[in-house]
Design a protein around this ligand. Structure first.
Ligand code: RIB
Ligand code: CA
Length: 325
């Protein structure tokens, strides 16, 4: 199966910025994805919405506000979403991200308030107001995205693409079959993958290649500005969990920033268009993204599934994104 042609975004370097909405559960890698998005003027971050996943909804909201305060970008509207998955009870990844969800750096307290809207209401408001179709970039469980699609079906045509971190063509990282974001809310993921909207899936196949090594962390630490220092602090905490030899990693996989890197430089990635279905019933494989790599089902492709990345270019983009602050 051939890769999809370069995304419209790849041709847009000379065009107007691509309007995006980030739906995140910061979370160390979410925070770095947010910093990368706001560092690159090819993207226009219309809003940030927060999901429950890496930590509880109150903590992921507070973390998004703290990061935006650090960046001095308090004009970006922020809204929290669902307090729990559509059907299942919430599980969190405090074992990875710590008690605050962003353990490691000394972050400022939020310098502004979220808008008095739910995440999906803010998405609808921004999408209606945008002259161009908007790209949604979820990097946590897909509860808010699914709720938006259910509540505002008439706005689907103004969604350019969903570029999500989640799933895997291979094994999972939360169960043997499932990646965390999809496992937290499989029903939401099922709604998203059945939506008919163009999807780019940044699953574990590619994110496990996007590893940040100790030398890369030192490279970020050497960049003399508060944001780069914060990212170095985030990375020094984030690598702890991934040092467990069971993973077989040389570094730590930077999952969520793969979404932003693909939007900015899709040519550093390789992927295939194929059908992806979500397991929502089996106890054994709940939350599995069943990726039909070889077209065995005959079902039409509903996602561009990333399978590899030029790691050095990915790390270089991160470093470039930290120098601008
Ligand atoms: O499985 C990795 C994903 O789960 C990432 O988005 C990480 O932030 C966590 O949410
Ligand atoms: Ca995340």
């Amino acid at each position: 199966m051939q890769s999809a042609p370069l995304s419209p975004q790849a041709a847009r370097s000379h065009q107007s910025p691509l309007p995006v909405i980030l739906d995140c559960d910061p979370g160390h890698d979410d925070a770095i994805a947010l910093i990368m998005a706001l560092a690159n003027p090819q993207l226009e971050v219309l809003a940030v919405t927060t999901s429950a996943g890496n930590q509880t909804p109150d903590k992921t909201l507070r973390n998004a506000l703290r990061i935006l305060t650090l960046l001095g970008r308090t004009e970006v509207p922020v809204a929290a979403g669902a307090p729990k998955p559509l059907i299942r009870e919430l599980i969190i990844a405090d074992n990875v991200h710590g008690e605050t969800g962003l353990d490691g750096p000394d972050l400022p307290e939020p310098g502004f308030e979220p808008v008095p809207l739910k995440a999906w209401e803010l998405m609808a408001q921004q999408i209606r107001a945008s002259e161009q179709p908007v790209t949604l970039v979820p990097t946590g469980p897909l509860t808010n995205i699914a709720t938006f699609l259910l509540a505002y079906p008439e706005l689907k045509s103004k969604v350019e693409r969903i570029v999500l971190m989640g799933g895997a063509a291979g094994v999972g990282n939360w169960t043997p079959a499932a990646e965390f974001n999809i496992f937290v809310d499989p029903q939401a993921a099922d709604i998203v993958f059945r939506s008919g909207i163009a999807i780019t899936m940044c699953g574990l196949d590619v994110t496990h290649e996007a590893q940040i090594m100790e030398a890369d962390v030192a490279r970020m630490r050497a960049i003399d500005n508060p944001v780069a220092q914060c990212v170095a602090d985030l990375l020094e905490f984030f690598v702890i969990y991934h040092k467990d030899p069971k993973w077989g990693f040389d570094g730590a996989p930077l999952h969520d920033p793969c979404t932003i890197a693909w939007l900015l430089q899709p040519e550093m990635f390789r992927g295939i268009d194929c059908h992806v279905a979500i397991e929502t019933r089996s106890e054994l494989t709940l939350g599995m993204t069943v990726v039909d790599r070889f077209g065995l089902t005959g079902k039409p492709a509903n996602a561009h599934v990333l399978l590899g990345v030029d790691r050095q270019r990915f790390v270089d983009l991160l470093a470039d994104s930290l120098r601008v602050w």
